[in-house]
Design a protein around this ligand. Structure first.
Ligand SMILES: *Cc1c(COP(=O)(O)O)cnc(C)c1O
Length: 394
């Protein structure tokens, strides 16, 4: 018999190991709302933040804050129960109808978070004996959803269609589900959705698309990645989040009517949790208006993306090829990436260092994100400082 381990002692030692490996996570405390200019408790002056997923700058938009106030007056704060018991309100219904119409689907289901949506959808659709085919760099919530389902979890190299096709051919699973980020959250590139859908059709598989970073940003009026590619199919299941471009919180799954009905009866992370506050659903109706009318915001955002891409010139670091607001700079080493992030901080620029296990080992990076509320001058300053910092490298 092995000696039992003192779990607290072990944990404290493991924390020290994390420190040593440059992997200890720390949260910075902001004292101002989500915006390009931010005050933080750990430093004296403001920073220009390039870290949020608030791509359209709606998180602290006065119109949205006002909608939340009105929503609170109308609905109070809590929903009081899970949706299937008594926590489902007319405003939830209205939001779901609008979301479905907006992304061109029959029906939609509003979840409290994207994480909850992903861990709720996959186990409702496939189980033991079935197979899930997943891009290797998919978001962690899709990995967790796959593991919870108990289906065989088959990963294919990033965006490698031939490898996916071979794995689909080889599988004898009765039910197959292909799952992908539309815009990869740490790389910023787009999944080849038309080709993935063709494979799904050929193999009678579901295609679950996680559009956390596409909804509100891509496609006409920000209708998302499916609209961007002009795709529709009964095999498609769409997941969009509402805490990023939409500026609020929550997520939704959209698809064929029966798919959504099935999720209402079977999705455990929908059923066994308190309904999201109706005030948020109310606020999200205004967020949808702002997204729909957001062409000017998206045009400015795209101009900022262009400016950054054309302004950065690296010899050793690598700016990943991306046309989305996610613009990662791969540096490689954890400590070096942290050091660069700190050097940026000293220049009043806040760009997070993303390290394993969020990204592969040896591929630590700065994850620059742009928002429609950034100015050209703010982006120019980031370009200037980053080019200078890289030129100091051996
Ligand atoms: C942020 C994110 C999620 C999780 O959504 P939340 O609403 O924040 O829980 C899921 N998938 C991807 C790709 C994401 O980037």
């Amino acid at each position: 018999m092995a000696e039992p381990i003192d779990p607290l002692l072990e944990l404290s030692a493991s924390l020290a190991d994390l420190d040593e490996a440059g992997l200890r996570r720390r949260r910075r405390v902001a004292t101002t709302p989500c915006a390009p200019s931010a005050l933080l408790e750990d430093r004296p002056g403001p920073v220009i933040a390039f870290c949020s997923n608030d791509y359209l700058g709606l998180a602290a938009d006065p119109a949205l804050a006002e909608a939340a106030v009105l929503g609170t007056r109308r609905w109070g704060v809590g929903s009081g129960a899970s949706h299937l018991v008594s926590g489902h309100y007319a405003v939830h219904e209205e939001l779901e109808t609008r979301l479905a119409r907006f992304v061109g689907m029959d029906d939609a289901l509003y979840f409290s978070a994207g994480y909850m949506a992903n861990i709720g959808v996959m186990p409702a659709l496939v189980g033991r004996g079935d197979a899930i085919f997943a891009d290797k760099v998919n978001h962690a919530s899709l990995v967790d959803g796959a593991l919870l389902s108990r289906a065989e979890f088959i990963r294919y190299p990033h965006c490698d269609l031939a490898a996916l096709a071979a794995r689909l051919e080889a599988s004898t699973a009765p039910r197959k589900l292909i799952v992908t980020d539309s815009v990869f959250s740490m790389d910023g590139d787009l999944a080849p959705l038309p080709e993935l859908l063709a494979l799904a059709e050929a193999h009678k598989a579901w295609l679950l698309v996680d559009d956390a970073h596409g909804f509100g940003v891509l496609g006409p009026q920000g209708r998302g990645s499916l609209a961007h590619f002009g795709l529709s199919s009964p095999r498609l299941i769409y997941m969009g989040t509402l805490g990023k471009a939409a500026g609020v919180s929550g997520a939704f799954v959209a698809g064929q009517r029966d798919v959504i009905e099935w999720l209402v009866s079977k999705s455990r992370s929908y059923i066994f949790t308190t309904g999201a506050p109706p005030l948020l659903a109310h606020t999200l109706l205004t967020a949808l208006d702002l997204i729909e009318q957001g062409d000017a915001r998206r045009a400015h955002l795209n101009a900022l993306i262009d400016r950054l891409k054309h302004g950065l010139h690296f010899k050793r670091w690598q700016l990943l090829p991306s046309d989305t607001p996610i613009q990662p700079v791969v540096i490689g080493d954890n400590h070096e990436t942290l050091a660069v992030s700190r050097a940026l901080d000293a220049e009043d620029l806040w760009v997070p260092a993303i390290r394993p296990p969020t990204v592969p080992k040896g591929a630590a990076r700065l994850r620059i994100t742009l928002s429609a509320t950034h100015s050209f001058a703010q982006v120019d300053r980031l370009i200037h400082v980053l080019n200078h910092l890289e030129s100091l490298q051996p």
